[in-house]
Structure formats: C-alpha cells, structure tokens
Design a protein around this ligand. Structure first.
Ligand SMILES: [Zn+2]
Length: 295
C-alpha cells in the first residue's frame, strides 16, 4: 500500500491538532546481526531513512554491545551524521532487581565507552522502562527516588518516553517466523505495523493532551531491529503526516518541559495507561487475522 493511502486512512481529525514536537529515540543499539540484515546493513538503512526524511534520532546504546570493532564503526557512522548517542546501561538489567551501587556502575562503565563519540549526551534511558518500582522484581518507590537522585548526581537527564511501542514483539514474531521457514507477507506486515504505530501514537497524544493540556516535546520509542530497518522511513512519513515535527533530543531531555508539567511518579502513573493493542496477545491476534505469517 502506498504511503498516501495510509495518510488518508490514518489522519483522523485528532491528528490535525497543533503541530507537536517529537524526538525519535532508538533503543538497544547496536543489536547484533538479525535474520534479514547484519548490524552494518541495518545501520545503513536507518541512516538512509533518516537522511531521506531529514530527521535526527537519539540512539540509546547498551555498553556490553559496544565492544566489537563493527559496533564501534557503526557508532562512528551515526555520530558522524549528527545523530545523538546516549546511555542505556551496560547489561540492560532491570533497575528493580539490582542494587543502586550496580546501577551506578552500569551507567559509568557505559559512559566510558560512549564518551569518545562527539555526539554523546548524558541522557539515560532506563532498560525496560523500569524505574526501580517493579515490586515483583524487588523494586520500591524509594528505589525510584534514589535512582533519580543518582542520575542527578551523575549529571544525567532522564530520557523519558511518552509514546511507547511494542515494535520489539513484532520483530520477535518476524524472527521466529523466518526461523520456522514460514512465509512472510511483507506488505501485510507493513500494513499491520503502521496501523499499530498509528493507534499507539494517537492514544498517547490524546492521553497527555487530556491530562496535561499543555504542549511539550514528546519522545517516541523504537528499537534497533530488522523490523525498523524495513519500515523506519514509512514510520517517519506517517508521523509527519500526523502533524508531528521531529526535533533533536535536546528539545526534550535538556529543556525537559515535561518535568514542569508532571512529576516523574505522576508520569509513570500516566504511562501505566495503555492502548488496548499495546499487548502481546492483541498483536498476535492482529497478525493472525491479517495473515501476515503463513505456512
Ligand atoms: Zn532496551
């Protein structure tokens, strides 16, 4: 399906509200080779899509993935093109299940690996968006507060997310289907994925509009995987057509207008509200109904 058809279908009246600033963030970089693309091919595809759409992105990196030569050369490519590089911890552990001392080590060791890159920024994206308050994993409200204090002490900004996605689950389904030798209908996969991106974006924009009633810079979460190497440009086209204006990470994380409108705990509470389709079972049903993966 052509992009304009998506635009026609998805641009509801809500989408024509005032233009909103948004930062594209891509987590878990650099992820190793996937079934469709190598790390290098994927990086080149992201760069091509970003250049074509004149967008900048912030890549949140996992330190333990940034040790091999190929990873370092991909990081250089991103940085040379002006994309920002930021901290996503060393081992991608849940804050709830580790000590604050380990949390500090996770941040500092990753910083040492990333700071040679000219576009490195002291912005931290919590792995799994776990702010340390997941009780079942050993977290507590106190730990969340201590985590924020530690970030501040280390002169880091919290790289908040306002538009969450489950792109990672669609990518897992794609990987599994390829491994099982199933047929992938890529036109249908694109249709389903963009439709979900559209639903998720509308949901969060409306959620924040309703509760905060003020403009601020949104942040959009994707992950460094094959799925986004396939469709990043389509996502950017779709979001732009919805009136979203891509800006650099500074607009969100340095100015952080959001923190003036809502406290981190209120924000976490707000983000606990989810669109119905931001759910593994719901996505599986949609993929099934759309005949995306067949025998
Ligand atoms: Zn992550």
């Amino acid at each position: 399906m052509k992009n304009w058809v998506f635009i026609l279908i998805f641009c509801t009246p809500l989408s024509y509200a005032l233009a909103k600033n948004i930062v594209l963030t891509i987590d878990d970089f650099p992820m190793g080779d996937g079934p469709l693309y190598s790390l290098e091919e994927r990086t080149d595809l992201y760069l091509k899509a970003l250049e074509k759409q004149d967008c900048s992105a912030v890549f949140f990196c996992i330190g333990s993935h940034c040790k091999e030569e190929i990873s370092l050369s991909c990081l250089s490519k991103l940085s040379d093109k002006g994309h920002e590089i930021a901290n996503h911890s060393m081992n991608h552990w849940h804050l709830s299940s580790i000590t604050l001392k380990d949390f500090e080590k996770e941040i500092k060791e990753t910083e040492n690996l990333l700071k040679p890159y000219s576009t490195f920024k002291k912005w931290f994206r919590y792995p799994f968006l776990d702010y340390g308050n997941q009780f079942l994993l050993g977290g507590s409200t106190r730990k969340t507060v201590q985590g924020f204090e530690l970030l501040k002490h280390l002169q880091y900004k919290d790289a908040y997310v306002t538009i969450n996605t489950f792109d990672w689950h669609l990518n897992e389904r794609l990987k599994k289907s390829i491994a099982q030798g199933r047929q992938v209908n890529y036109d249908k996969l694109k249709e389903v994925y963009l439709s979900l991106i559209n639903d998720w974006t509308d949901f969060y924009l409306e959620l924040f509009d309703t509760h905060l009633k003020k403009e601020f810079t949104h942040t959009f979460l994707l992950h460094a995987n094959d799925l986004n190497a396939l469709y990043l440009e389509d996502i950017l086209v779709l979001l732009k057509a919805k009136g979203l204006n891509f800006v650099k990470g500074e607009e969100a994380f340095e100015k952080n207008e959001l923190s003036k409108l809502v406290s981190p705990s209120q924000r976490t509470q707000l983000m606990s509200k989810k669109p119905k389709t931001l759910d593994i079972k719901a996505i599986d049903e949609i993929l099934e109904k759309g005949n995306v993966f067949t025998r």
